[in-house]
Write a protein that binds this ligand. Sequence first.
Ligand SMILES: Nc1ncnc2c1ncn2[C@@H]1O[C@H](COP(=O)(O)OP(=O)(O)OP(=O)(O)O)[C@@H](O)[C@H]1O
Ligand SMILES: [Mg+2]
Length: 165
Amino acid sequence: MTRRYRCPTPEDTAAVGAAVGRAAEAGLVVLLQGDLGAGKTVFAKGVARGLGVPRWRYVTSPTFTIHNEYGGRLRLHHLDLYRLETPDEFEDLGFEGVLGGEGVCVLEWPDLFFGCLPPDRLRIRFRWDGADGRLLDADADGPVARRVLAAAGAPVRDDAREERE
Ligand SMILES: Nc1ncnc2c1ncn2[C@@H]1O[C@H](COP(=O)(O)OP(=O)(O)OP(=O)(O)O)[C@@H](O)[C@H]1O
Ligand SMILES: [Mg+2]
């Protein structure tokens, strides 16, 4: 299953994340792929909001910590693998109980580690669409990811805009 979201502003990107957070089920794994500054952390902040994480505004990039955890309707694990270089390094961190477990995992920079990640995953690729706009292409592999993407809603710009605060 595939959906495309057009996100002219950061709020639109966060709104798509929030829709995913509201639709999320235990075991959801979301992979965020895109260049530096593409909007992955903006999206993750939206997921936190959608999961009802109190103080979601303070969700920060785990570039240095690798793993940040937040309590919401489901526990949110936000991982940033940018600084990891090999699958062995990733395996040594021992995330296998976390990935696909009771909570929701959102991973930035998963690209080198696809072989270590559960097959049921929602992959979102971020591309530039003009100066500020972003195009988000979502692909769901596996039953959890498919249900969540289906429930997250229609990929129309006005839907994203409705979510703005
Ligand atoms: N349409 C948009 N969607 C998302 N972010 C946008 C958009 N337009 C502008 N931006 C800006 O782009 C930046 C995205 O930063 P963000 O930290 O989310 O990127 P990232 O993909 O997590 O980068 P990194 O790989 O360094 O972690 C923010 O400053 C945000 O305000
Ligand atoms: Mg980031």
